[in-house]
Design a protein. Structure first.
Lengths: 991, 465
């Protein structure tokens, strides 16, 4: 104890070393130097030195911006300015690991110089170079307790570098702690920067991939240039690519700014793919990925962006309230607590709040909903300090650290406390003024003047909202109309209506308070102004400062994925053996349709179909007597479950991949399962002659996006012909002729690209060529590794593409939509193209006017592999009825069902996996209550990989559970809504 | 080409009539292909019935008077003159058609369609559905019905023989016309030109709508800024009805000097001689429309009715019928079951609400009407109720039950011969009669089939196998 009472020499040395920053100040002083002592002793406070560690009645000594002593009951050193902080609490200064400090200005006319061809690529942008005073944001942040922050850029996709700065009032040169520490990337492009490409999730991801590869190439290209002795011309200059060099070499971290669960998963995948050192700015939905995050230790910075409750104040509004929205309202405040419980390290940020004033209330809300106060403090101090590389100087209150402190008048995490002062590097910034006088209590007023009166004055309530009464002897107690305290001058002013006391108007009293004495004068309605004096006879003992408590009832909301209606608590079991008994089994394979047949499934694969199969020991038995069993239905053309459909920024975009845009929370997947759909090809849109790469999705509802993908799936790319790709007036092409020509031109470009690479491989001279993902995708098409799946309506345009394919040697796997496919059925057959068509959709646009419901029939007549598709979420939930419509065109039942099962699989080359119930294929099947082609039939169970993802019984149970949760959440919202005469919705409920 | 020729085409001698279209293909394959294929490229309206026809041997689904096995139905002069069993006396000179093993149903009725007034969805000039302005009670669909529309033929092929072509848009969209889907001109097709007045109930949750302008008013009508809020929009509707009622009364009193085409067109609706069909889907829309209609004293039919089940008690108590348009629509709220649209009819039936089912997909797909009703059967509605929902109920609500909707003596001979229930794609519509005419079952989709089947035949030898 004694040792701690003296200031160690080491600390003095440290103070000197850190103080050197001031000694080495570059700018000459104009006028007089400011040589305050910089020597302070903060005495008497409870000092929380680090998360979980506190010293009562502590002293903190500061010299030249550095803490030189901390300890209990330390005497303030002679010469230090003493700050009496008795009754107050001191925390280490907070660090905002993701702060908005006004880095979002875009220069008029856009960026200049050799930056990057794409205005969204601004990796060259430096928050250090562009640091400006921004006093409004800086002071606002500091007033919340922050002494340092990571200033992040906001514009573009590659946004530039973030820098650590302190939040003092010093000039920008003295504020930078770590210049350009990390690169930042976001998935949401900035409209301020302009540019057409990318305008989709998959285009954004493709641009990220290409840029990261280009950055790596840029290093090599410039090295080759130097190595050549500058005998050739240098590569194209790009400040952005140059700025990314450290990041792609793993020497600089990359901070991904994510706005959703999916963006986090995408960012993580990309970082892994390109071996980046990733940091993540989260988005408040981390609790939905808690199992994924468990064990991950990459920096994760989460916001406190808790949503307002939806309006449920009338029965009709309540009827419309979605479970997903209400659940998020209830659960978002538990997000930090859930991360802490799972042991996931995280920092907190003010980013994402609509106003900074929400920060402290939301922080306390998070604590009231289960976040331990020391974890909250760590998330604002030690954890960000460590990640930002300033933990030797910041994050705790310890000898040798810089004096970043937060002084509060209570427990900031659990009580409705105020920040009094914030110290940044030894400088104190006042936030809320301490009450220099506190007039609360009971006063006896005696008038020294004949005109005056004697009374009892009672003052109470919060210090900043004092209210009170006055009681003249023998009369009733009157409320005061106004109370005003001018703390600096010790003045108290009260007013009240004097009529009950016999005065005709308002009485004004003004007094000077000094301890328990007051002296002043009164202004009476009759024009006299008698003096008075008063004595405090009783001190005010108000209630202790309220602890912020949980305001919502406890509701059991089990973890579900996705966290929306009909999400699952877990992935369904996969029985190792399963026997479906006694059904009409439409195998859609060589066994045909079998009555009273059994289906045996082993570990998710079809083992056998036949009559009277013996149930192996331990098999799960499903009695399907009287039911029909078919393969799971397949839709080769949907746009379900992706966050974007079209990348229309360029006419030719085969480098974009729909797999990058997958989401796991599209409720349509559940509805598809309810209608027997188990497999779909999720396609790029039709805005481009050559669109993006499609993705094969299995309806494993309840898993994560990447788990939806069909393993080892073939690769297909979307083409589009006709009205859609030609309708952008300012983008080539504008005619069907141009559609064919731009495709031709790009294949020629791809061939040139290949020749350039071949030359380089042979000669290795000059600047190495760069890998171009667009050209590589085009070459994959030419090499038939990427098969063409083309949107088209009319016979003419499609015939032209067939001939172009013959000319270039690429393979058209399917014509999709093919409203006029029947007109070229023989040509399709001869070129080996499968047709993926609608049962009967047409006439919705000019090029679909010649639709006929006999289309599939005619294609079958010509021997074309024929499949149906929906291109529509709603239709994809009832593909059996779409197939049923074909019956009226003269197609038999097995053929009709084949268009949504085995022939659909064959059309898109996944027939080895799915589409029929044959040994070795995936156990994707549907149990129907009748003939699946009948309008009077419905699906009862849908199985994927031998797991039952849908059943009517489970659906009914889930609906009951949804109803329970909705009812409880609506009640919680109503209970949490502040009572108000102006309608419960005037102020949104806080959970 | 007359009807006899067509029947020969269908080779009745060998026909199992299992699949009409399949049989058709067989004929084409077997018969020498000549100019008759080209002839098949047109669909020709049939002449008025000039000879009595007796259809014998089928199961007759009268809808209102039970089902008759091995029945006989006699059509003369466009009307049904007898329905009964095998003992029904066939008039002398009648053409007797043996339809043993088949089924006869009344022609299906689409209570809400745009057939004939739309041709190609995204081609604006082919659409005559929405007139400019918010109050168009005078526009009448029938005059814009294109008798040559391709969609008429496809509707008939599915058994839809009567459709209410209906304007849309604004607050008062105009007058639905009951169209019989056979005839050379709209005039010949029209059964009732001013069949129902259509109102689009404002959306309380919607953004303030951009009004086409202030409501037109006669002398004394308020002229102010265009209504924006829900309350203002409802008030504008009330004002319009009040003004129309004043016009009617003034006219009755001989006080109308200048004709107002809009108010004049309101009189049948005000006098309850035709229904007011109000498009309303949400709970508040349906409730508020009912409150309004009661005060106005009009014959209310709710169309849409997505949330009708939440208002079922009141709909039943006030005997307000509903035309459902959303049986195949996805749930509007994520927490609702995937089958919310599919099972709405079964729920309304259980709750005792009267309803019809109309196609929800517009004039291009009027032929899907049977499936809009059929889906309700899969989700619990008795099949006979589903049939009523597309026949007699539609006819009753829309005021043409005296003419069509069931197989009863005196009604129009508008019926279907099928292989089974017309509500299911597993059965076929083999032949239809409209007002006693045995219609040409050809349509544009079949014509493309015939034409391009011929292409395949010609090129079959060149198909690489």
């Amino acid at each position: 104890m004694r040792a701690s009472r003296t200031i160690p020499a080491l600390a003095l040395w440290l103070a000197g070393a850190l103080g050197a920053q001031q000694a080495s100040r570059l700018e000459p002083v104009t006028g007089l130097r400011d040589n305050g002592t910089g020597y302070h002793a903060l005495v008497g406070a409870r000092v929380v030195t680090a998360p979980g560690q506190a010293i009562d009645s502590a002293t903190v000594v500061i010299r030249n911006g550095v803490i030189t002593a901390v300890g209990r009951n330390l005497a303030a050193p002679a010469g230090a300015r003493v700050w009496d902080l008795k009754g107050l609490t001191v925390y280490p200064g907070f660090i905002d690991a993701h702060a908005d400090l006004g880095m979002d200005a875009v220069p008029q006319g856009g960026d200049v110089g050799p930056t990057h061809w794409n205005p969204q690529v601004r990796a060259w942008f430096s928050t250090t170079s562009n640091l400006k005073d921004d006093s409004t944001r800086r002071v606002a942040l500091r007033s919340l307790g922050f002494g340092a922050a990571l200033a992040v850029p906001h514009q573009g996709i590659f946004r530039g570098t973030a820098s650590v700065v302190n939040l003092s009032d010093a000039g920008v040169r003295e504020r930078v702690l770590r210049a350009d520490l990390v690169q930042t990337i976001g998935f949401q492009r900035s409209f301020l920067l302009g540019g057409m490409y990318p305008n989709s999730t998959m285009g954004t991801t493709a641009l990220m991939r290409q840029t990261l590869m280009d950055a790596e190439w840029y290093i090599r290209a410039n090295a080759a240039y130097e190595a050549s002795g500058r005998a050739v011309l240098p590569p194209e200059r790009s400040e952005a690519l140059g700025a990314l060099a450290s990041a792609v070499q793993g020497k600089q971290a990359v901070l991904f700014q994510t706005e959703s669960e999916e963006e986090y998963l995408r960012a993580h995948r990309l970082a892994t793919e390109y071996k980046l050192v990733p940091w993540f700015r989260g988005n408040g939905t981390e609790y939905r990925l808690i199992d994924v995050l468990k064990g991950r230790t990459q920096p994760l910075i989460v916001p406190l962006n808790f949503p307002d409750a939806p309006d449920v104040s009338s029965p009709e509004l309540a009827l419309n309230a979605s479970l997903a929205t209400m659940r998020h309202w209830y659960q978002a405040p538990t997000n930090p607590a859930q991360l802490a419980t799972a042991g996931v390290p995280f920092a907190l940020t003010t980013d994402g709040l609509s106003t900074l004033t929400q920060f402290l209330p939301n922080l306390r809300l998070a604590v009231s909903r289960g976040l331990a106060a020391d974890k909250a403090l760590a998330a604002l101090t030690t954890i960000p300090a460590g990640w930002l590389g300033i933990d030797r100087t910041h994050g705790t209150i310890a000898v040798g650290k810089v004096a970043n402190l937060v002084v509060t008048d209570g427990d900031l995490f659990t009580q409705d406390a105020s920040v009094r002062d914030v110290w940044v590097q030894g400088t104190r910034y006042g936030v809320t003024r301490p009450p220099q006088i506190d007039p609360r209590g009971t006063w006896t007023i005696t008038s020294t003047d004949a005109d005056g009166f004697n009374a009892t004055l009672r003052l109470e309530g919060p210090i900043n909202r004092i209210r009170g009464t006055i009681e003249r002897a023998g009369r009733r107690e009157l409320p005061l109309a106004g109370v005003r305290v001018i703390a600096e001058t010790g003045r108290l002013e009260v007013t009240f209506n004097g009529e009950p006391l016999g005065y005709e108007g308002t009485v004004l009293m003004s007094g000077a308070v000094s301890g328990d004495e007051v002296y002043g004068w009164t202004s009476l309605p009759n024009g006299t102004d008698p003096t008075f004096k008063g004595t405090r006879t009783e001190a005010y003992e108000g209630p202790a400062r309220g602890t912020v408590a949980q305001r919502v009832p406890v509701i059991d909301l089990p973890f579900i994925r996705p966290m929306i209606e009909f999400g699952r608590a877990s992935v369904p079991e996969q029985p190792s053996l399963l026997l479906v008994r006694n059904a009409t089994v439409w195998t859609q394979g060589p066994q045909g349709r079998l009555e009273n047949a059994d289906l045996l499934v082993r570990a998710g694969k079809v083992a056998q179909v036949g009559r009277n199969l013996t149930a192996p020991r331990g098999a799960v038995i499903v009695d399907a007597t009287g039911k029909h069993v078919t393969p799971g239905l397949i839709d080769p053309h949907t746009h379900t479950g992706v966050s974007s459909v079209n990348e229309s920024g360029f006419a030719i975009v085969p480098e974009v991949r729909m797999g990058d845009a997958l989401m796991h929370n599209d409720i349509w997947m559940y509805r598809q399962l309810a209608g027997g759909l188990t497999m779909q090809m999720v396609k790029h849109g039709s805005a481009n002659p050559i669109g993006g790469e499609n993705v094969f999705v299995k309806n494993r509802w309840g898993m994560l996006p990447d788990e939806y993908r069909l393993e080892n799936a073939p690769r297909t790319v979307k083409f589009a012909l006709g009205e859609n790709p030609k309708r952008s007036p300012n983008r080539y092409p504008n005619t069907r002729m141009g559609v064919q020509e731009i495709i031709r031109d790009h294949f020629n470009a791809a061939r040139d690209y290949r020749r350039e690479w071949q030359r380089w491989e042979r000669e290795k001279t000059g600047i190495p060529p760069r890998r171009d993902l667009r050209m590589e995708a085009l070459l994959d098409i030419l090499d038939q590794k990427l098969l063409v799946s083309s949107h088209g309506y009319r016979a003419d345009e499609f015939l032209a593409l067939v001939r172009l394919a013959e000319e270039f040697g690429f393979r058209i796997q399917t014509l999709q939509h093919g409203v006029e496919a029947y007109k070229i059925a023989t040509e399709l057959k001869n070129s080996g193209v499968a047709a993926v068509v609608w049962s009967d959709w047409g006439a919705f646009k000019l090029e679909s006017y010649d639709a006929t419901s006999y289309n599939a029939r005619l294609l079958m007549e010509a021997g074309v592999v024929t499949s149906l598709h929906s291109d529509n979420a709603e239709i994809s939930t009832r593909m059996n009825w779409e197939a049923g419509k074909l019956l009226r065109s003269g197609v038999d039942e097995i053929q009709a069902l084949s268009t949504v099962t085995n022939q659909a699989a064959r059309a898109i080359a996944i027939q080895d996996r799915v589409g029929s119930l044959e040994a070795g294929k995936d156990a994707d099947f549907v149990i129907w209550n009748g003939n699946p082609l009948s309008q009077f039939t419905r699906a009862e169970q849908t199985w994927v990989d031998g797991r039952r993802y849908f059943s009517l019984e489970e659906d009914a149970r889930t609906r009951e559970e949804i109803a329970r949760q909705r009812a409880q959440l609506i009640q919680a919202i109503l209970a949490a809504a502040p009572a108000s005469g102006t309608g419960a919705t005037a102020t949104p409920a806080r959970p | 080409m007359n009807s006899t020729d067509r029947r020969t085409d269908r080779a009745p001698a060998r026909s199992m009539w299992r699949r009409a279209a399949a049989a058709f293909a067989v004929v084409l394959a077997a018969a020498p292909l000549s100019g008759r294929v080209a002839e098949a490229q047109v669909t020709i309206p049939t002449a008025r019935q000039s000879q009595p026809v007796a259809l014998r041997g089928a199961t007759i689904h009268t809808i209102t008077k039970g089902t008759i096995a091995n029945g006989t139905i006699v059509l003369d002069n466009g009307r049904i003159i007898a329905v009964g069993g095998a003992d029904v006396v066939v008039p002398r000179g009648a053409k007797v058609v043996d339809v043993t093993g088949k089924h006869i149903y009344p022609g299906l009725i689409d209570a809400y369609s745009t057939v004939g007034i739309t041709e190609i969805g995204s081609v604006d000039v082919s659409n005559d559905i929405t007139e400019l302005g918010d109050f168009n009670p005078n526009v009448r669909a029938e005059v814009a019905v294109n008798a040559e529309s391709r969609h008429i033929g496809t509707s008939r092929s599915a058994g839809v023989l009567v459709a209410f072509s209906t304007p849309d848009g604004g607050v008062i969209s105009g007058l639905s016309s009951a169209m019989s889907l056979e005839g050379w001109t709209w005039e010949e097709m029209s059964m009732k030109g001013a069949a129902a007045l259509n109102v689009n109930w404002p959306d309380p949750a919607g953004r303030p709508r951009r009004f086409g302008g202030p409501p037109p008013g006669g002398p004394g009508a308020a002229r102010g800024p265009a209504p924006k809020t829900y309350a203002e929009q409802v008030q504008a509707l009330k004002d319009f009805f009040a003004e129309a009622r004043a016009y009617r009364d003034a006219q009755a009193a001989g006080q109308v000097v200048r004709t107002d085409v809009r108010y004049a067109s309101m009189i049948p609706a005000l006098n309850k001689t035709i229904p007011v069909v109000v498009a309303a889907n949400t709970v508040s829309q349906i409730n508020d429309a009912m409150t309004w209609a009661k005060a106005e004293g009009v014959r209310l039919v709710i169309r849409g009715g997505r949330d009708a089940i939440h208002v079922a008690d009141r709909l039943k108590a006030e005997n307000v019928p509903v035309i459902l348009t959303s049986t195949m629509d996805a749930p509007q709220r994520n927490y609702e079951g995937y089958d919310g649209g599919y099972n709405a009819p079964a729920q309304l039936y259980a709750a005792g609400v009267r309803f019809a089912i109309a196609g929800g997909s517009g004039g291009l797909y009027t032929y899907r009407l049977p499936w809009e009703a059929g889906v309700a059967v899969a989700f619990g509605l008795p099949e006979e109720e589903a049939l009523k929902a597309v026949t007699i109920n539609a006819a009753e609500f829309m005021g043409i039950a005296d003419q069509v909707g069931s197989l009863e003596v005196g009604k129009q001979a508008t019926l279907l011969i099928t292989s089974g229930t017309p509500l299911n794609m597993t059965s076929d519509v083999i032949q239809a009669y409209i007002q006693g005419r045995e219609i040409d079952m050809n349509d544009m989709q079949k014509q493309f089939f015939k034409k391009y089947l011929e292409k395949i035949r010609q090129q079959q030898g060149r198909i690489a196998m």
